[in-house]
Write a protein that binds this ligand. Structure first.
Ligand code: SF4
Length: 411
């Protein structure tokens, strides 16, 4: 059971339920949606002033991406990226299913700001597709917008995979450069923007007085093992992770996996961490897409890391030699170490690889696997040692190593 919550201050307009539940075109128009955009540069300046960061995972400044496409020679393309491959994140599917108009509104505003003549909504979820197609029949965006369906995989939402899939190819990342803003769909400069980012742009435009709080707020997907629930929540920037754990019934958690699997594990001290890109980075983690998975005292972080790296190795698109060998070696060596079957130098190898491999693949999958392993070694060295010495009671009979523990139903 997944609950939906808003922790925004009273009176603030969030993304989760501002229209009393659903979203139809009349309700959306009544709150100022699809208002004509007379001064695109002024909106772009407002976005820059708020510091809005992309919500797909990398946290790149939205205004920088918008300006890069605007300043490139046309024709240009904009893509709303609703394919969230990170395990444990459901915010983008929820938005597309329940608030398609606010996403489409953000997309047409992005088209106006960049001068794009063509738009796409890229997704893999059935119900999201139905909602978006219905919303397109109700609205009349100034640019042509098509829906592109993809497979749900870890890498399908990476921006170069998005471009490739929209062009009719496989949803697999390509080497960078060029980045999509240089050469994207059909070779045109292309903005690939996460659907939450676009939705925030739309709300910022209709509620200029709330622009700062809209830019700072986050949609987060919260989950954990055991009987306690999962939650989709909208929270102000800087909310402490302990507050979020309490919200979904995991207040006794002893550790957290950050950013789906992308941001690594965090042990002692996690309760003091705020939801903030820079603070989490300073702490050695990453906020990523804002999905947080809490571990109970009886959960073993080694078992969770084994499951995560095995899942990532299976999800490797097997294009980059360093990823095929690196992610595979991280997963296999960690699994062997967890079973007490690895050589005496296995921990040293894992530590070295976790430092050397990030940034060497075409996408973030290899980085995610390296961060999971590196953070496990940093935060739970004693648990690794214990695993190497004898069988772990918490891991015996645990769930299969397929990433299923991170699955959250879309509310
Ligand atoms: S890093 Fe791995 S998953 Fe990413 S593109 Fe290369 S082979 Fe594929």
């Amino acid at each position: 059971m997944t609950g939906v919550y808003s922790l925004l201050p009273e009176g603030h307009h969030g993304l989760l339920a501002p229209l009393g539940g659903g979203e139809d075109i009349d309700g959306y128009l009544a709150v100022g949606g699809y208002a004509p955009l007379a001064a695109p540069d002024r909106l772009l300046d407002r976005i820059a002033a708020t510091g809005l960061r992309g919500r797909g995972g990398a946290g790149f400044p939205a205004a920088v991406k918008l300006r890069a496409v605007r300043d490139a020679p046309g024709p240009r393309v904009v893509v709303a990226n609703g394919e969230e491959g990170e395990p444990g994140s459901v915010k983008d599917r929820w938005l597309l299913r329940h608030r398609p108009h606010v996403v489409l509104d953000g997309l047409r505003l992005a088209a106006a700001m960049t001068g794009a003549e063509r738009g796409f909504v890229y997704l893999s979820d059935d119900r999201a597709e139905q909602a978006v197609r219905q919303a397109l029949t109700e609205s009349a965006p100034e640019v042509r917008i098509d829906v592109v369906r993809t497979q749900h995989t870890y890498v399908a939402g990476e921006e170069t995979a998005v471009v490739r899939a929209v062009d009719g190819g496989p949803a697999l990342p390509t080497a960078k450069p060029p980045r999509p803003f240089e050469s994207g769909v059909g070779g045109a400069p292309t903005l690939v923007a996460n659907v939450e980012t676009l939705a925030r742009v739309a709300v910022m435009y209709s509620r200029p007085d709330e622009a700062d709080s809209v830019a700072g707020a986050h949609l987060v997907t919260l989950s954990g093992s055991g009987a306690a629930g999962a939650a989709l929540a909208e929270v102000p920037a800087g909310t402490h992770l302990k507050v979020l754990a309490d919200l979904c019934g995991h207040g006794t958690a002893t550790a957290v996996v950050l950013g789906g699997m992308f941001g690594g594990l965090y042990g002692e001290g996690w309760t003091d961490l705020p939801l903030d890109h820079d603070r989490l980075k300073e702490a050695g983690g990453a906020l990523g897409c804002g999905a947080l998975h809490f571990l109970r005292p009886e959960d073993c972080p080694v078992g969770v890391a084994v499951e995560a790296t095995a899942y990532l190795a299976a999800q490797s698109a097997r294009q980059c030699g360093v990823c095929v060998s690196g992610t595979g070696a991280l997963a296999a060596t960690l699994t062997a170490a967890a079973r007490g079957e690895a050589g005496h130098d296995s921990v040293d190898k894992l530590r070295r690889w976790s430092q050397q491999l990030p940034g060497r693949g075409a996408c973030g999958l290899l980085d995610a696997a390296a961060r999971i392993v590196g953070s496990l070694l940093a935060h739970f060295p004693d648990r690794i040692d214990a695993h190497r010495r004898s069988a772990c009671p918490a891991c015996e009979g645990a769930a299969p190593e397929d990433g299923r523990r991170f699955t959250v139903p879309v509310p």
